[in-house]
Design a protein around this ligand. Structure first.
Ligand SMILES: O=P(O)(O)OC[C@H]1O[C@@H](O)[C@@H](O)[C@@H](O)[C@@H]1O
Length: 344
C-alpha cells in the first residue's frame, strides 16, 4: 500500500474561518465558512453524516476502505483493540472568529449516554497566530461553578459570565495544548491549529447565541440540557493547572528516533503526535501527516512520495516502515492511541 496525499476537505460550518488553511495549503477557500479541514477522517458531521468524511483519490469514502481492509490500513494490534475505526480524527482549524464556549464528552459519558466508544478529548498544535506575539485560547473555569449556574448561563446565553469565569491563556506558534474531555474551552480569532481528537463530532455548546441559530436545540446532543451539561467539568482549575496543559516546543522531549513528542503522557490513551524531520524513521503504522515546513520525500516500502509544506498525507499500516528525507522538512505525525492504552 502507498501513502496518499489528501486534498482539502472543508465542510461548511457556522463559524467563520479558513483563510489560513487556504494559505497553508496554497489553495482558495470557496467562502469564509470553511474553518475546519478534516484530514483522514472516518467521522461524519453530527448533523450530516456525509460531511466531514474523507474521500480517497480512488473515490471511496475512507470508512468503506477501512472496512474492506482493516488489517492493511490499521495493522493487527490496532484492529484487535479498535476494530476498523482509526480511533483518531485530525483537523486543521482556523478560527476566523472566537469560537463559542463549549466542551466535549468523556469516553465514559459517551459510552453511557451516546452509544459511542469514543468521547472527544482533543489537543491543538498551534501553527500560526494572526498576531506574531501570540493568540488567545480559553479553557477551564477559574472557580468551581455550581451546576445550576452553568445551566442558567446556558439558558440565558450569558456569554459575558462564561468568558469571565474561564482562564485566558496566551499561545504562540509551536505550542501544544491538551483539552481534556469536559473542560469548557474556546479559541480566539486568528489562531490556526492542527487538532487531534477522538473520532467523534460531539460538542456540548454552552454558548451558541450569535453562532448557531438552532443552538438551543442542537447544542445538547439530543440529550436535553440537564443531562448534556453533566459532562461539563465545572471544577476550579488553577492557573498552574491550566498552564500545565500547554507545552512549548522546547518542552517537547526528543525521542530516541530524533522526533519530538508533542503531547503530554496524559494524551496517550487518546492520540499521540510527534514532530519529525530529515532522517526520521518510523515503524509501520496508520498515521496522518501534516507537512508543516520545507519539502522532501516520504520513503516507504516499495517507493517514495515527494512532500512539501501544506500537504496532508494518509499513511496506511501496509505502507510498511517509513522515513523522511529533506533538509528543511518539519512534519507533524499524528497517531491513534497505542493499542494497549485504555482511556476513560
Ligand atoms: O476544537 P473544537 O473544540 O472541536 O472546536 C471546534 C468545534 O466547535 C464547536 O463549536 C462546534 O462547532 C463543533 O462542530 C466544532 O467542531
Amino acid at each position: 500500500m502507498r501513502p496518499l496525499i489528501l486534498p482539502a476537505n472543508q465542510p461548511r460550518h457556522f463559524y467563520r474561518g479558513g483563510s489560513a488553511i487556504a494559505r497553508f495549503r496554497g489553495g482558495r477557500s470557496p467562502d469564509d465558512r470553511r474553518p475546519e479541514d478534516w484530514v483522514g477522517s472516518a467521522t461524519g458531521r453530527i448533523d450530516d453524516a456525509s460531511a466531514g468524511v474523507t474521500v480517497l483519490p480512488d473515490g471511496r469514502p475512507l470508512p468503506a476502505a477501512l472496512a474492506a481492509d482493516p488489517l492493511g490500513w490499521l495493522g493487527p494490534a490496532h484492529v484487535r483493540r479498535w476494530g476498523d475505526s482509526p480511533a483518531l480524527l485530525v483537523k486543521l482549524l482556523d478560527a476566523g472568529q472566537r469560537l463559542p464556549v463549549h466542551c466535549h464528552p468523556s469516553r465514559a459519558f459517551a459510552r453511557e449516554h451516546l452509544g459511542s466508544a469514543f468521547g472527544k478529548t482533543e489537543a491543538w498544535l498551534v501553527l500560526e497566530t494572526a498576531d506574531p506575539d501570540g493568540g488567545w485560547v480559553r479553557l477551564g473555569f477559574r472557580r468551581e461553578v455550581p451546576a445550576e449556574r452553568v445551566r442558567a448561563w446556558a439558558a440565558e446565553q450569558d456569554t459575558a459570565a462564561m468568558l469571565a469565569a474561564t482562564h485566558r491563556m496566551r499561545v504562540r506558534a509551536g505550542d501544544a495544548v491538551l483539552i481534556p474531555a469536559g473542560v469548557p474551552h474556546s479559541i480566539d480569532a486568528g489562531v490556526f491549529v492542527v487538532e487531534l481528537q477522538e473520532p467523534t463530532d460531539f460538542s456540548v455548546m454552552l454558548e451558541w447565541k450569535g453562532f448557531a441559530p438552532d443552538g438551543d436545540r442542537s447544542g445538547h446532543l439530543g440529550l436535553g440540557w440537564d443531562l448534556a451539561l453533566r459532562c461539563v467539568d465545572s471544577t476550579a482549575w488553577t492557573l498552574d493547572e491550566v498552564a500545565g496543559l500547554v507545552r512549548t516546543r522546547e518542552q517537547m522531549p526528543v525521542t530516541d528516533g530524533g522526533a519530538r513528542r508533542v503531547l503530554a503522557e496524559a494524551a496517550d490513551p487518546f492520540f499521540r503526535a510527534e514532530l519529525a524531520g530529515d532522517g526520521a524513521v518510523f515503524p509501520a503504522g496508520f498515521a496522518v501527516l501534516v507537512v508543516l515546513r520545507g519539502e522532501g520525500e516520504l520513503r516507504f516500502e516499495g517507493g517514495s512520495l515527494p512532500v512539501r509544506r501544506g500537504q496532508t498525507v494518509l499513511v496506511p499500516y501496509g505502507a510498511g516502515g517509513t522515513a523522511l528525507r529533506g533538509a528543511e522538512l518539519d512534519v507533524l505525525r499524528c497517531l491513534p492511541p497505542a493499542p494497549e492504552e485504555d482511556g476513560r
